[in-house]
Design a protein around this ligand. Structure first.
Ligand code: TXA
Ligand code: MG
Length: 345
C-alpha cells in the first residue's frame, strides 16, 4: 500500500484527485460507497482489472460491476437500453442499485467474464462519485474483501486482508447501508432481482408495476445448474466457525429453539436481535440490532459476522428476521453465511 487518504475526519475531497490519478495509471484503490467498500480499478483496462481478481482471489467467471458518476458515461459502455431500464435507473440512481445491461465491445471481457452483459451502478456516496468523475473512467469494483469473506463496511475490518494488495486506501468511515447493491436484470420487460439489497422488490414494483425475484436467491444450487448471476454460485460471507440460522414468526418458539440448540454445544455464540438478548441468559451473545430497525441490522451484520471466529465458538446460532423489505436482503446474506444451514419453525 502506498497511499492512505483519510476522509473520515476531513472533507477535503481534492485529495481524491491523487486517487483518481492512481486509477488512471492502472492501480488499485480501496474506496467507500454507500453500500460496502469497493476494490476499484480502471474498468476499461484489462490489466488493471486482472489485478482486482488477483487481490481478491476471485474466480475469473464471476463478473464485476462498472461504477459510473453520471449518465454521460453510460452510453459509452452499454447499448439498447429499454424504457423500463431507463425508468429504473432514473428512479434509483445515484444509489444502491445495479442493473445488468447489454455491453459495448469497449468493455473488456475480463470485466464481464465473457458475458455479453455488464452490471452498471451509479453510487450516491460522494467520495465514490468524485473518485469516478475525477478519473473520468468507469471504475470496475467488487466488494472489498477476500473472496468468500463478508464484504468490508469499514477500513479496519479489511485492512489486514487487503492493505498490501492495493495502491491506495480511502477511509470514508462506516458505509451507510452495509449490504451490497440490489442487482436487477430486466427480462421480457420484467425487472428480476438477482441479488436483493436496500432497494426492495416493493420499491421496484412501485416504479414499473411489476417485479420478480430470482429463485436462486435462497435455494442451494444443484451441481451444474445454470444461473443468471455467476455470483450466486460461490460461497459467501461465511465465518470459519459452523453457523446455523434460525427463524420463526413466533418469538417464543424462536427463543426456545435457539436455547435448545445451544444446549448441545460447549461454546455456543448467539447473534441475537436486541429484543431477545435478555432471553439468552449466561450465554455468549452478540447484539445485531433491533428487529424493528432492519437498517441498523443491515449496517452492522458484516462486521458482526467478522467478529464471530475470534470467540472460537463450536456453533454460531444466528437469529433470522422476517423476509420482508430489507429483511429479504439480510436473510439472503445470512442464509449464505450459514451455507444454507437454515431452520424455519
Ligand atoms: O454494492 C455493490 O454492488 C458493491 C459496491 C462496491 O458497489 N459491489 C459488489 O460487487 O457487491 P461484487 O462483485 O461483490 O458483486 C457483484 C455481483 C456478483 O454476484 C456478480 O456475479 C453479479 O453482481 N454480476 C456482475 N455482472 C453481472 C452480469 N453481467 N450478469 C449477472 N450478474 C452479474
Ligand atoms: Mg462481493
Amino acid at each position: 500500500m502506498k497511499k492512505f487518504i483519510d476522509l473520515k475526519n476531513s472533507l477535503d475531497y481534492t485529495k481524491l484527485k491523487e486517487a483518481a490519478e492512481i486509477i488512471r495509471l492502472g492501480g488499485l484503490v480501496l474506496f467507500p460507497t454507500e453500500t460496502v467498500y469497493g476494490l476499484g480499478a480502471n474498468g476499461l483496462d484489462e490489466n488493471a482489472v486482472k489485478n482486482i481478481f488477483k487481490a481478491k482471489g476471485r474466480s475469473s467467471d464471476n463478473p464485476l460491476i462498472l461504477h459510473i458518476s453520471d449518465f454521460n458515461m453510460l452510453n459509452d459502455i452499454v447499448e439498447n437500453i429499454s424504457d423500463v431500464e431507463y425508468k429504473l435507473m432514473k428512479e434509483f440512481w445515484p444509489g444502491p442499485f445495479t442493473i445488468i445491461l447489454n455491453r459495448k465491445p469497449v468493455v473488456p471481457n475480463i470485466v464481464t467474464a465473457n458475458l455479453d452483459t455488464v452490471g452498471i451502478r451509479m453510487p450516491s456516496n460522494e467520495i465514490a462519485n468524485k473518485l469516478i468523475s475525477y478519473s473520468g473512467l468507469p471504475i470496475a469494483a467488487p466488494s472489498a474483501n477476500i473472496s468468500g469473506k463478508p464484504s468490508g463496511t469499514n477500513i479496519s475490518d479489511i485492512f489486514d486482508e487487503l492493505s498490501d494488495k492495493v495502491d491506495c486506501i480511502i477511509d470514508g468511515g462506516n458505509t451507510l447501508v452495509g449490504l451490497e447493491s440490489t442487482v436487477v436484470r430486466v427480462i421480457d420487460g420484467i425487472p428480476t432481482i438477482l441479488r436483493p439489497g436496500k432497494i426492495t422488490p416493493e420499491d421496484i414494483k412501485r416504479v414499473v408495476g411489476n417485479v420478480k425475484i430470482d429463485k436462486h436467491i435462497f435455494s442451494k444450487l444443484e451441481d451444474g445448474e445454470k444461473v443468471l448471476s455467476p455470483g450466486m454460485k460461490y460461497k459467501h460471507y461465511a465465518p470459519d466457525s459452523k453457523c446455523v440460522l434460525v427463524y420463526s414468526d413466533n418469538n417464543d418458539l424462536l427463543v426456545k429453539k435457539i436455547n435448545e440448540i445451544s444446549m448441545s454445544y460447549k461454546t455456543p455464540l448467539i447473534l441475537s436481535t436486541s429484543e431477545n438478548v435478555k432471553n439468552y441468559e449466561n450465554k455468549l451473545v452478540i447484539d445485531i440490532g433491533s428487529k424493528y430497525n432492519l437498517d441498523e441490522i443491515a449496517k452492522n451484520i458484516f462486521t458482526d459476522l467478522r467478529k464471530v471466529d475470534k470467540f472460537n465458538p463450536d456453533i454460531v446460532i444466528i437469529e433470522g428476521v422476517k423476509q420482508e423489505g430489507l429483511g429479504l436482503a439480510i436473510m439472503n446474506r445470512l442464509v449464505r453465511a450459514c451455507s444454507h444451514n437454515y431452520i424455519e419453525i
